[in-house]
Each structure stands twice: as C-alpha cells, then as structure tokens.
Ligand binder design. Structure first.
Ligand code: DAH
Length: 346
C-alpha cells in the first residue's frame, strides 16, 4: 500500500475493505476470526495505520477520504458481527444435536464367515486333498437312517444318548450326521469318500459345553483293501494339517454300534502342549472325534458286499474344535449371534 497522495489513500482504503471482508468471511473458527480482527481493525491494524495518513491528504479532500474510511470501518465491523453470530450458531447446532465428537467414526459394514463355518470348510478342504467330496443329508430323518441302518436297535442303550425331537411316528430331527453314511451308500456304489457337515439335534442342556443344536462333520471312506493303517494315516494327516505338525494323535478304544473296532481320537492339548491345563482337564489330551472301522452290519443294511469292502468312519464337532482353536470358553457364544463377539473373526 502506498502512503502518498489522496487518491492513493482511497485506493489503500478500498483494498483494506476487500481484503478485510474476505479474511473475515473465510475465518472458520474463533481464533482465525480474532486474527483477522486484529489485523484489520486492531489499534495498530491496517485501518488505523491508513487513518494516520489522513493528515497528509490536502485539507479540501479530507472530509471525503474520512467518509470513505468510516464506511470501510463500518463494513468491516458489520461483517465481523455477522461472522461471530454465524460461528456461534454453528457451535450451538453441534451441541444441540448432541453429536458426541469423541465417538469413533462409523466404518462400512463388512460381513464375515462364522468361526464354526471356517472350521468346517478347513476340515473339508484338508480331507478334499485325500479325495473326499462333500455330501449332504436331511436334518429331518427317519429313525431307520438315524438308528437302524447304523446297527443301533431302537431299544439299545446307545439310542438313549440320542434322545431327540420326534416330529411324527418314525420321523425325527437327526441326532448325528451318521445317517448320511447310509444315504450315500444307498445311492452310490463303492468306492466312497465323503464328508457330510450339518446340524444335529439332541435333548441336551444349553450350557457352557453343550447345545441342543450343533454342527457335526461326518467322514466315510469305503473301498477295497482299506485297513486300520490307512485310517490312522488319514487322521494323522488331518491332525497335522489342521492343528500343526507338532500335534500328536492318540486312539482310545471306544464303542459305537456302527464301527468295529471303534476309537475316540485325542490330540495333544494345543493350549499347554500336553503338560496339563484347564482346557485338557490336566490330562494333556483333548478329544476331537469318534471313529472306527465301518461295522459289516452297516454294509449289510445298505446292500454293500461286506466280504469285499472295508472302510472307516468318523464324526467330529466343529464347534468344539473352534472353541479349542480360538480359545472360546463357552459354546453358547457361537450360537448367540452377537456381532460384537463374531466380528473379531471376520
Ligand atoms: N455319530 C457319533 C455321535 O454323534 C459320532 C461318530 C462316532 C461318528 C464314530 C462316526 C464314528 O462316524 O465312526 O456321537
């Protein structure tokens, strides 16, 4: 800004007006507004300094220049007042809407796979490497498929553990995925290598370690010449792939009507690596499945030549396995659909 001459002072005042209005209107908080005020309207601000030049203006031009200066001052002050009001109502608006600016922002919703489904898919993928394909059967079953075909007479004590929900005479909610064995064999000639994941239903309590509806994954392999060695090798392969190379496997004699011999498969505890902890109840081992060599009585029930074919079968609970893998202390967490819990697996 030039300091000499009356025309120049009017020019200076005009540019102070333009710049001042612009600076005030573009202030976006009280701090920058105060800076603009001091710069243009302050005691040693641009306007005050321009006014101090008024005495250099020829006397006959002074009243006109003085009026211009006053107009510039009024314009800037009015603009400033309006801006103060605007900023205040903005702040009040935020307070009014009770917007909590400390809350985390909302991110886009992303879905995820349920941990039990993840476990099922992995089991199927690993056995897929051994030639197994997926099969499915109905959740509403006949008692023939659920019990009789599997060599479980309805009055056998083994049927007691499978007390279930009857929908009609002879029709029930399946208590295990083993009836899919019978369905697959009835519909296909050997060789058979299938995995059948699905929901099963029992008259079980709903507590930390039980649910009345839960998933199972059934496995069945039938061919000529399948022996216990192949069976063990398949299970070892799965355990190493799923739980890790250092996990050991143990077969404990057991009883299931549809397998002979039968075994419960334990793996070394993945929490304490076998030294004993709460997860393995201080034994160093956790059970992951029931299994065995297919009982010839099952082959006879489905019309397979029991002299020619042998096989192995197994059944596991992927929810229990998910609990072991992800250290989930209560099975109910897997069935309550709590997004806060589930999203950590997404
Ligand atoms: N169906 C059995 C149950 O629910 C589990 C089972 C055990 C399945 C042994 C099998 C098997 O295929 O061979 O308790």
């Amino acid at each position: 800004m030039s300091k000499d001459g009356e025309g120049s002072l009017k020019d200076t005042l005009e540019s102070i007006r333009l710049e001042g209005v612009d600076a005030i209107q573009h202030a976006d908080d009280e701090e920058s507004l105060e800076k603009a005020r001091v710069r243009f309207l302050g005691r040693s601000g641009l306007l005050a300094r321009a006014l101090s030049q008024l005495r250099n203006v020829p006397p006959d031009e002074r009243p006109d220049t003085g009026r211009t200066a006053n107009l510039v001052k009024q314009t800037l002050e009015t603009t400033l007042e309006l801006k103060v009001d605007e900023l205040h109502s903005l702040i009040e608006g935020l307070e009014d809407s009770r917007t909590d600016l400390t809350l985390p922002g909302r991110t886009e919703w992303t879905g995820g796979v349920h941990p039990v489904t993840t476990v099922i898919d992995e089991i199927c993928d690993i056995f897929g490497e051994l030639g197994f394909t997926r099969a499915a059967g109905p959740e509403v079953e006949t008692d023939w498929h659920n019990f009789t075909a599997l060599n479980i007479p309805l009055d056998h004590p083994a049927a007691d553990m499978h007390d279930t929900f009857y929908l009609a005479d002879g029709v029930l909610l399946r208590t295990h995925t083993s009836p899919v064995q019978a369905r697959v064999m009835l519909g296909n000639d050997p060789p058979v290598r299938i995995l059948a994941p699905g929901m099963v239903f029992r008259r079980d309590p709903y507590d930390a370690s039980h649910a009345p509806a839960f998933e199972q994954v059934e496995g069945l392999a039938v061919d000529e010449g399948i022996d216990f060695v192949e069976f063990r090798a398949a299970i070892d392969y799965f355990v190493h792939r799923f739980f890790g190379r250092s996990t050991r496997t143990r077969f404990r004699p057991s009883y299931f009507p549809f397998t002979e011999p039968s075994a419960e498969v334990d793996v070394s505890c993945m929490v304490c690596e076998g030294s004993g902890c709460a997860t393995c109840k201080r034994t160093g081992w956790v059970e992951i499945m029931g299994s065995g060599m297919v009982n010839p009585a099952v082959f006879e029930a489905v019309g397979y030549d029991a002299e020619k074919y042998t096989g192995y079968a197994f059944g596991m609970g992927p929810a229990r396995i998910a609990m072991l893998r992800y250290r989930i202390p209560d099975i109910r967490l897997l069935y309550e659909g709590d997004i806060g819990f589930l999203e950590q697996f997404a």
